[in-house]
Design a protein around this ligand. Structure first.
Ligand code: 5RP
Length: 235
């Protein structure tokens, strides 16, 4: 473990270090986005450089692609890879059914496409990400810039009609400008407090014109590795 890490980084590193044990020679691996996933990319890079591990990585964001190349991982696109053996990614929240909220880093669209195109998805997280019910973390929804305010109004109407408790929505900003995803879209964050039926909400959100994808990952994750600040992990 690198020296001088904060307790939270120790936990993230521990989860990442354990997850790379699932990576075998010759695998095509989806590389997630975020601070926990970055530890996993660094660990894999070390295995490539020092142990001769041969893998190809499919990154889920331009940030992860840059990091993967820097640490020596061969990077290819999803269309070239076609299907992946394994994706390892972080999450903003996970529940007991392994449903997730993702997209805190704004990469939910590529993350969902890549994870869905994988035989297995492993989530790496610190214990604070585990919740009884999803929704305390604002749910990211990726929307096309054209008519985004109309799309946002339609989302709010839908939340009212579904009698969802929290209904506040905010456009994600980068400074004073809208945050723009790798696909050139915006993100509207939904402050819901508690999501009673994540599967239904995910389906309904994706029916709204202008919505590209939402950050609920249902039936996608196979395993969560929870890292502790003491370096121990729970699977
Ligand atoms: C990015 C994500 C991240 O995986 C999620 O935000 C967790 O990030 P971190 O590991 O930095 O807490 O979904 O879109």
């Amino acid at each position: 473990m690198p020296a001088e890490l904060s307790p939270i980084d120790k936990a993230k590193f521990a989860a990442a270090r354990r997850a790379v044990d699932y990576v075998e020679d010759g695998m095509k691996v989806g590389l997630g986005t975020g601070s926990t996933a970055a530890w996993m990319v660094r660990c894999l890079g070390e295995m490539v450089r020092e142990d001769g591990l041969r893998i190809t990585g499919v990154p889920t964001s331009s940030r992860t692609a840059d990091l993967a190349r820097q640490v020596g991982i061969e990077v290819i696109g999803l269309d070239e890879a076609k299907w992946l053996d394994l994706t390892i990614d972080g999450a903003d929240e996970f529940d007991g059914q392994l449903n997730l909220i993702k997209g805190g880093g704004g990469a939910l669209l590529q993350e969902k496409i890549v994870a869905t195109a994988s035989d297995q998805m492993i989530v790496i997280a610190d214990a604070a990400k585990e919740v009884a019910a999803l929704g305390a973390f604002p749910l990211p929804v990726e929307v096309v810039p054209f008519g985004w305010q109309t799309t946002r109004a339609l989302i709010e109407e839908m939340l009212i009609s579904m009698e969802v408790l929290g209904r506040q929505t905010t456009l994600r900003l980068n400074g004073t400008q809208p945050f723009v995803t790798d696909e050139g879209n915006y993100i509207v964050d939904l402050h819901l407090n508690r999501i009673a039926n994540p599967r239904q909400l995910s389906l309904v959100l994706n029916q709204i014109p202008g919505v590209v994808e939402n950050g609920l990952f249902i039936d996608i994750c196979d395993r969560v590795i929870i890292g502790g600040a003491d370096g121990k992990v729970e699977i």
